[in-house]
Design a protein around this ligand. Structure first.
Ligand SMILES: Cc1ncc(COP(=O)(O)O)c(C=O)c1O
Length: 478
């Protein structure tokens, strides 16, 4: 008889057997990942076609489900943890990260208040402080874990909005004769600022994109001028978002200059260090964090660069109580569950229920240690610079931006100028369709460029060389 047909859970012995089977499956997957295609070459809907339209009436065996994972799901995936996955930011899987995720599953707690899970709450506070120390943020910054940087910036700007327009939490923005609030970002910044403005009722058009310089960093003079002009025109400058590690080229805005400007003008400074923040762990990157102590809030995505499995993003805020004042709202049924002396993380955002995300960070950061994190980040930078050298040596290609951290943007130029954009796009599309490697493309100053983002711990110099040869060959083929 199938255990699913009876009430309760799978019998312990059967569960143990399934777990062993799954452990083997995971170990095999990791060991042989290189033999998989990096990405499928299917048309949209191809996976859906293989799946029943209705959920099963009767329970099915785990072995059947797992064999469908092998047959349908795994071939239908882009394998971000494949060593030849060179797209986006090289999110990585690691064995300790997988163990951390597995360990989290049976605990399955809701870390909304201290009382609903003291260990989850206190561990969150501890790992946030570990990371704060690693990246050298002053101790007046405290952190909270969210799923993504987009959610982090929305919460940060909600506090900025409350400071610029007090009582917005209570009264909202409408019908109060308020000036229009404005947020400033660079033309290279991520769209999460605009999304936050949409969610917060600030309006997408009130996020002003300031031109960047020849190294894709925000032009601080233009920023200052625009803020002054906006004030004269009756707008209220509310926040500046500086980026450490922009999405296309990983460029780094001049944080100290922006911070000084924000201090003088009494404007909230949010730093989007979703990508670059992790590299602040490196002593040789200390220059990058100069001035970030002037920020009001900073987002770092350890799921991008500090080896924590997706999803795990951190919002640091100077005086985190400001976040609490905007979002704390305790429903009656939870009153008995709140302990004022301890953090109740539900008070620090719109989310009530919260996963125990701190556990996986704790597992991976203990497993690697600071030295292990540093060594892996340094290897990424070494590989990025090596690839940049290979590109420079081939005059059919050009580097489109200085490589920054693990990101390299480049372009094939040995063709009719009118066709070059399409050609670069086609190279990326062909490579991705081949299943042998995966990269992305972006636009810089209106030109299409190829983009490689390193970060996968399985990607070695050999893999990168193979990828580069493949790009060269495809460019010639086309
Ligand atoms: C610089 C930057 N900020 C924010 C984000 C948004 O990150 P998330 O997916 O965690 O919301 C990205 C995404 O890649 C990014 O590159």
């Amino acid at each position: 008889m199938r255990n699913q047909q009876s009430l309760g859970d799978t019998p312990p012995e059967e569960f143990r057997k399934q777990l062993h089977e799954l452990a083997d499956w995971i170990a095999d997957f990791r060991e042989h990942i290189e033999q998989l295609r990096v990405a499928p070459d299917d048309k949209p809907g191809a996976i859906r076609e293989q799946l029943p339209k209705r959920a099963p009436e009767e329970g099915e065996l785990f072995e059947t489900i797992l064999s469908d994972v092998d047959r349908i799901i795994v071939p239908g995936m882009v394998h971000w943890s494949h060593p030849m996955f060179l797209g986006y930011f090289g999110w990585t899987s690691t064995a300790p990260g997988i163990l951390g995720e597995i360990l989290t599953a049976p605990l399955n707690v809701n870390a909304m208040t201290w009382r609903t899970c003291p260990a989850a709450t206190e561990l969150e506070t501890v790992v946030m402080d570990w990371l704060r120390q690693w990246v050298g943020l002053p101790d007046e910054f405290e952190g909270i874990i969210y799923d993504t940087a987009s959610v982090g910036i929305m919460h940060a700007l909600a506090v900025a909005r409350e400071e610029a327009a007090p009582a917005t939490r209570k009264l909202g923005l409408t019908d109060r004769n308020l000036p229009r609030l404005r947020v400033y970002i660079s033309d290279q910044a991520h769209s999460s600022a605009e999304k936050a403005a949409i969610a917060l009722g600030l309006g997408e058009e009130n996020v002003i994109r300031i031109p960047s310089d020849d190294q894709f960093r925000i032009d601080v003079n233009s920023l200052g001028r625009r803020i002054a002009e906006d004030r004269e025109d009756g707008f209220q400058p509310m926040a500046v978002v500086a980026t450490m590690g922009t999405t296309s080229t990983a460029s780094i805005d001049p944080v100290r200059d922006i911070g000084n400007l924000c201090r003088e003008a009494n404007i909230w400074l949010h730093i989007d260090a979703a990508y670059g923040g992790g590299f602040a762990i490196l002593p040789e990157y200390e220059w990058m964090r100069k001035g970030w102590e002037l920020a009001d809030s900073i987002v770092i995505n350890p799921h991008k660069t500090i080896f924590v499995p997706l999803d795990f993003s951190v919002l640091y805020m100077r005086d985190l109580a400001r976040l609490r004042r905007v979002f704390s709202l305790v429903p009656e049924y939870l009153r008995g569950d709140t302990v004022e002396a301890e953090k109740n993380y539900m008070d620090y955002g719109i989310q009530l229920g919260r996963r125990f995300r701190a556990l996986k960070a704790w597992v991976i950061w203990r497993s690697l240690g600071r030295a292990g994190v540093v060594a892996r980040l340094r290897e990424q930078i070494r590989l990025a610079n090596l690839l940049a050298d290979w590109i420079k040596e081939d005059d059919r290609f050009e580097l489109s931006a200085q490589p920054s951290m693990g990101v390299i943007c480049f372009r094939f130029i040995d063709a009719d100028e009118k066709k070059v954009d399409q050609l670069n796009s086609d190279i990326v599309a062909r490579i991705n369709a081949s299943g042998r490697a995966y990269l992305t493309q972006t636009k810089l100053r209106g030109r299409t460029v190829m983009r490689i983002g390193l970060g996968n711990v399985l990607t070695t110099e050999e893999h990168l060389h193979k990828g580069w040869k493949f790009i060269q060959d495809k460019a010639v083929d086309l």
